[in-house]
Write a protein that binds this ligand. Sequence first.
Ligand code: ZN
Ligand code: ZN
Length: 292
Amino acid sequence: MQRIASGSIAVGILVLAMKAAAWWMTGSAALYSDALESVVNVVASLMALAALMYAARPADDNHPYGHEKVEFFSAAIEGALIIVAALSILQHAWVSWRDPVVLDAPWVALGLTMVSTLFNGGWAAVLMRTGRLERSSALLADAKHLYSDVVTSVGILIGIGLVLLTGLRWLDPLLAAATAVHVLWSGLTVIRSSVAGLMDEAPDSATMERIRRLVNQHAAGAIEAHDLRTRHAGRLTYLEFHLVVPGEIRVDEAHAICDRVEGALKAEVEGLIVTIHVEPEGKAKHRGVLVL
Ligand code: ZN
Ligand code: ZN
């Protein structure tokens, strides 16, 4: 994972250098937006790597639940940076709207943008393949994000081609503004996911249904499970619930049921940490996951 993250940083810096050069040669607002999107990518992958390394630290006296939640901080900061980038692009687009730059024969700049877009596309394919192999949703999300950048860049290339063909100079700031909206949207998405994590948002109903089914299948000997709750921290999911068992069974029997349920859940749901509170039948609520 850390090697992939370092690869993303290296590709990001290379692409950024080419896109910055393309903007610097032309002064085009659209190419500025493309370059700034690259800045965001490099900062995001740097922070993702730092968060990955910090989150991997084992739990200690100071952080007995581990360090996974650091990912929500890095996501929040990333989201804020993306929004700043979007605002800067909008401002640049506005200036260029009022006083459009002349793009005369920007062939080197367009060539650089084309080559850097190919690099991005190639790396997105690598991320996609590794993400599928490793079943990492984070890598797949990165790959999708990079593909959407490729689409933006291709749109910008086509747009600048149109500017050159038609001489409509206002197309350039318009393209930049469209990119800004795209960047703003991705920033809000990142912030939303970070807030969801910090607020312990419930998992999607399909995951919850899967957990209920597993408890139901593997808790033979128990009467009921209720008050199921989950929360996330990075790649970890915490699950807790009450398990109602016949009051007269022995502690070691009840514990064996718990271990069986825990084992089945952990085998199915990646990064799951389970806590079960055992209760006698007087505590049954007759709702939740009924075992019998
Ligand atoms: Zn209870
Ligand atoms: Zn135990």
